[in-house]
Design a protein around this ligand. Structure first.
Ligand code: FAD
Length: 417
């Protein structure tokens, strides 16, 4: 049994490290348990060419806001992992790596944290294991013939993993589109199974879309402003930080030879049953983009902002006159099309069942108020939409970590008063 701790933080990503930064400022002894190493999700869960989608100015981690010369650029995966490591080193974050937490039980003041290397006791626990914890696998995948190789986007690294000439990517969220963009550089025959996801223009009327979102307070929206609470788990729109940042568009993919097909509805041997939703999915992303343009135009008018008029480049991503007509198909025969590899860009899900307290809502998502739960001493940080839209991204995590650390500090003061 390990010595007991005042605070244990689970996870050494940006959220866990941000809390550790503030606890260090408060001189509160604590320990971070991390199942891999610092920035594990970025390092092992993203592909080789991955670049942040959010610009460098959004890297405002406590004690280490971005100070480089490329404020409007997009950091590469390995550079961001190094950034996190350097930051952790700068304030001597106390981390035990390769320790996976399997279960949290006990009672306030005496939490029992069971791990792969033994048990820890702690008065407080901050769970900073993110919303994107495990790959979401579609139900039909187990019916695939044995000689069809499939893997989730989480383990996609680069096009060299594809041993066949043709590949199928299932899932057209932000990740699926970025992977297709990566595969396009490898001269592969790409089939892309799409559904309805939004698209954002990288820039519009002189600014990056994230800058506009921030200026229009879209990143400060709170969960109660959502139509449905399930909207907290919606996928992110098509967008990329690669090549200096760019708009990704289904129309453009088609022009580059990607074969768009509808949703995979079922499998019979080598034959996939396909939905007829290509046209509606394309329409959805177009109208999402148009809605965003309108929001910006209205904002510019309302605030009387001196912004340039939309340029042709701003409207990249829409249908061109010469585009081929969309053809919907009902079936895709993997064997006939020489597809022996499938990449599942079907999203990520969360699982907090290892936290043995009644603190989850009907979705299995933690119920928190400023990161605190009903169980005194159990906190969360880094969850999507925990306090605001930006809670689960780099830009917002520092703000939440400060709130969580402040309340931990106050509670500890009361405990020891
Ligand atoms: C594909 C993808 C791209 C993204 N791109 C961007 C982007 O460009 N910009 C942006 O701002 N946000 C982006 N995000 C959102 C968000 O910033 C990241 O998900 C980020 O990793 C969240 O940071 P975190 O610290 O909350 O969680 P994580 O970085 O996931 O850190 C959690 C840590 O906890 C560890 N852990 C998990 N379970 C356990 C356990 N049981 N025991 C011990 N350790 C455990 C993990 O190994 C991990 O290191 C992206 C998300 C995804 C999925």
């Amino acid at each position: 049994m390990e010595k007991s701790k005042k605070v244990i933080i689970i996870g050494a990503g940006q959220a866990g490290l941000s809390v550790s930064y503030y606890l260090t400022q408060f001189k509160i002894p604590h320990l971070i348990l991390e199942k891999g190493s610092i920035g594990n999700s970025w390092k092992n869960g993203r592909w080789d060419s991955f670049c942040l989608v959010t610009p460098n100015w959004t890297i405002n981690l406590p004690g280490k806001p971005y100070a480089g010369e490329d404020k409007f650029g997009f950091m590469k995966r390995d550079d961001f992992v190094k950034y996190l490591k350097d930051w952790a080193e700068s304030f001597c974050a106390p981390i035990k790596e390769n320790v996976e937490v399997k279960n949290i039980s006990g009672k306030p003041g005496l939490f029992k944290i069971t791990t792969n290397v033994g048990t820890y006791i702690s008065e407080n626990v901050v769970i900073a294991t993110a919303t994107y914890q495990k790959p979401r696998m579609p139900y039909f995948i187990n019916n695939l013939p044995k000689n069809i190789n499939f893997f989730h986007a989480e383990t996609y690294k680069n096009p060299q993993q594809i041993k066949s000439k043709s590949v199928l990517v299932i899932g057209s969220g932000q990740t699926g589109c970025q992977i297709v963009d990566d595969l396009l550089r490898a001269n592969l025959n790409i089939y892309f199974s799409v559904s309805s996801n939004g698209r954002l223009p990288r820039t519009y009327r002189g600014k990056d879309c994230i800058e506009w979102q921030n200026e229009m307070l879209m990143l400060d929206r709170t969960p109660d402003m959502l139509e449905k609470s399930s909207d907290r788990f919606k996928g992110d729109p098509h967008l990329s930080g690669r090549d200096g940042g760019k708009t990704l568009s289904l129309h453009d993919f088609r022009r580059k030879g990607v074969k768009l097909i509808g949703k995979v509805l079922g499998i019979n041997g080598f034959v996939l049953k396909i939905g007829r939703n290509v046209e509606s999915s394309i329409k959805f992303s177009d109208s999402f983009a148009l809605d965003f343009y309108k929001k910006i135009d209205d904002h510019i008018d309302k605030k009387n902002i001196n912004a340039p008029l939309p340029s042709e480049q701003d409207y990249f991503g829409f249908k061109d006159e010469g585009d081929d007509p969309i053809i919907e198909i009902d079936k895709l025969d993997l064997q006939k099309k020489n597809i022996s590899t499938i990449i599942l860009a079907t999203g990520f899900s969360f699982d907090f069942n290892w936290v043995n307290f009644p603190i989850l809502d009907d979705f299995g998502y933690p119920i928190t108020k400023n990161g605190e739960t009903e169980i005194k001493g159990i906190y969360f940080c880094g969850l999507n939409w925990m306090n605001k839209r930006k809670s689960g991204i780099i830009w917002g995590v520092g703000e939440d970590a400060k709130i969580v650390s402040n309340s931990l500090y106050k509670n500890l003061q009361k405990m020891y008063a």
